[in-house]
Design a binder for this molecule. Structure first.
Ligand code: ATP
Ligand code: MG
Length: 448
């Protein structure tokens, strides 16, 4: 039996006492049955929106989507969406119903839901209402459309992506008929907004089953990200590699920490390889300059998906730098931390390590020594509070102006002094920096 939060039991009790049916429904029932903490508890009821408002007239109520029958009631700072039993009207654009229609029975409301595991309702006394075998599918780890899969995907193409997303996040398989319909109707995803597609892609990438899903159903992702398709089955004959470019990419996605930024980076990191591939006289494949090409592909794709600026900036920078190789010496590494940025550097280490994990397994232990060295040096620099940015320096532009520097020269000298500190040519200490600054200003001026 499910454990309901007190607020949910209370809401259901109030609606029942007023003569209406009410159940927890959808994702919360699915997650609670999986012993996972639901994101939110949604409720479904026979009460009409005005009737819901009347039942909760003493509570704080927000009219979230009154046209679609949804009212949010606030209890203890949490919002609970209560939606009137409804069926979706006609879909003319594979996207959203033209209208919704309120109905009086739970069954019809459950039938409009996308997958059997999402189409269960639960009541504190009555238990689970499972009309489509959702519980069995949950136990067996299967994503199956409610009713006719082709019809359901034709109504709303977003469900195609939701199918692979749920298969990834819960590490489930997709029922055959549902998978066939998803593949057949994938082209209709063009009717879905880029924002909603992007949300699903990020969730898909962060799932436990991302590797399996992206190997089994690559075409669904390629429909929304066609620039990735050339990676599929692209051979890379090279001692570093054991897999084709797409298989490698997918393995690196799974190997990276489950964070959207890192997993998007892995998705795009080799996207430029198809256009950069050359084969030498020994038959070895090379991909010279691919990080820059990958960066450009990532930027274009993320802009199209209406990604936020911060994500675009971080992902493109990590993609560009993913092949960074630096001598394993303190000074060399600290220069790179300074160039790439203190915050970004640990993410780059994650990216490089994930990349190694998708390469030739025989070489992995040796390669991991490199990322371990980067990590050790990074930890050491942070612990020592090492000077790595202009802001860390014990000298400022004002000091340089007092020493006679003007305009662009100030920045140039500061950069040079920072590098001197990182290279241990001078202590990060004001008097020492000032005397070195005089020398630098003199030599810049002499060379000007
Ligand atoms: P999560 O919140 O974990 O992403 P969820 O299943 O709760 O997953 P929501 O988008 O919150 O997803 O939707 C709540 C419920 O509404 C779903 O469980 C499902 O029953 C129904 N639903 C959501 N989107 C669709 C859709 N596109 N087609 C049909 N039913 C849907
Ligand atoms: Mg939800």
């Amino acid at each position: 039996m499910l454990t309901f939060p007190e607020a949910v039991k209370h809401i259901i009790r109030l609606l029942n006492e007023a003569g209406y049916e009410a159940y927890a429904v959808g994702g919360c029932v699915r997650d609670a049955l999986l012993d996972k903490q639901p994101n939110d508890w949604d409720l479904t009821t026979s009460a009409l929106p005005e009737e819901i408002k009347h039942v909760f007239r003493h509570e704080r109520v927000i009219e979230t989507g009154i046209k679609h029958g949804t009212v949010t009631v606030l209890f203890g700072g949490e919002g609970y969406e209560i939606t009137t039993y409804r069926v979706d009207g006609k879909y003319t654009d594979h996207r959203r119903p033209d209208s919704v229609q309120f109905v009086s029975n739970l069954k019809e409301d459950l039938m409009r839901r996308d997958f059997t595991v999402n189409a269960m309702a639960a009541h504190p006394e009555e238990g689970i209402v499972d009309l489509f075998g959702g519980k069995d599918d949950l136990e067996n780890g299967v994503i199956r459309a409610v009713g006719n899969a082709e019809k359901r995907f034709t109504e709303d193409a977003l469900r195609i992506l939701r199918a692979v997303r749920f298969a990834s996040t819960y590490d489930f398989t997709i029922d055959d008929e549902t998978a066939q319909a998803a593949l057949k109707l994938a082209p209709t995803l063009e009717n879905v907004s880029e924002e909603r597609i992007f949300v699903e892609i990020k969730k898909l990438l962060c799932g436990k089953g991302a590797e399996r899903v992206l190997i089994s159903y690559p075409e669904i992702l390629f429909t929304v990200l066609p620039e990735l398709r050339p990676m599929h089955n692209l051979a890379q004959v090279n001692p570093h590699h054991a897999y084709d470019v797409w298989t490698h990419t997918v393995k690196t996605i799974q190997a990276a920490p489950a964070d959207p930024i890192l997993r998007l980076t892995m998705l795009f990191h080799d996207a430029g390889k198809p256009q950069k591939k050359t084969t030498d006289e020994k038959g070895i494949d090379h991909f010279i300059g691919h990080p820059l090409a990958s960066r450009d592909i990532a930027e274009k794709a993320l802009l199209r998906l209406k990604s936020d600026r911060a994500t675009i900036q971080t992902v493109t920078k990590l993609v560009l730098e993913h092949d960074l190789r630096v001598p394993e010496k303190r000074i060399n590494i600290r220069r790179q931390i300074s160039r790439i940025g203190k915050d970004l550097f640990p993410l780059l280490i994650d990216v490089i390590r994930a990349d190694f994990m998708g390469q030739n397994p025989a070489m992995l232990p040796e390669k991991l020594k490199y990322t371990d060295a980067l990590l050790r040096e990074y930890a050491c620099a942070i612990k020592e509070n090492a000077c790595l940015t202009l802001a860390d320096m014990k000298i400022t532009g004002r000091d340089l102006m007092e020493l006679g520097a003007k305009g662009k020269l100030i920045g140039q000298v500061l950069e040079k002094l920072l590098d001197d500190v990182i290279c241990e040519k001078v202590e990060n200490e004001t008097a020492a920096l000032k005397s070195r600054a005089k020398m630098r200003i003199a030599s810049f001026t002499a060379n000007a």
